[in-house]
Design a protein around this ligand. Sequence first.
Ligand code: HEC
Length: 164
Amino acid sequence: VDHSKFYARARTLLVGAIATAAVVVAADQAFAQGPKMTPGERAVKYRQAVYTVLAGNFGPVNAMATGKAPMNAAELTKRSERVAQIAKFLDEAFPPESNGVGNTDAKPEIWTNNAEFQKQLTALVEKSDALAAAAKTGDAAKIKSAAEETAGTCKSCHEKFMKD
Ligand code: HEC
């Protein structure tokens, strides 16, 4: 029996296991974004990230729909479908423990007048679904009005529920 081969193999396995464990720990810490962050602070970061991605996709859609950027049907469809998808992430982004924590711009009225907030959130979901459907028709007039209606839901909710 060649023991040196056995030890070499055992060492390789052990090094591999340690490396895997290190990656798992690192991933866990990255997921938690540091041990010092509270669940409320994490929720604020999460929703601000969701809004950033939402705006990053809605901006180009709105520019094409209103003639400020050249129309690209494939791009319009792809991005408006993303907007409709991302809008649906927001209903889980406002847990009560995120009220007033971190660097949030969310007003306390979101929780004290939650029925109205939910109405505004539903409006975004419905209007962005309609925008994604309009994008597929290729009808410029329909696309323009659906984009305006979606933008209207952003504005309306920000006026009521976001600090300026
Ligand atoms: C139902 C209410 C509501 C709707 C609809 C809404 N927003 Fe917001 N938005 C908020 C609130 C509240 C905040 C503040 C979040 C925070 O700081 O905790 C915010 C923050 C943002 C931010 C800043 C994110 C950051 O990094 O701080 C952007 C950008 C944004 N919204 C874009 C949009 C766009 C674009 C739309 C429409 C397509 C939209 N929002 C629709 C409520 C809404």
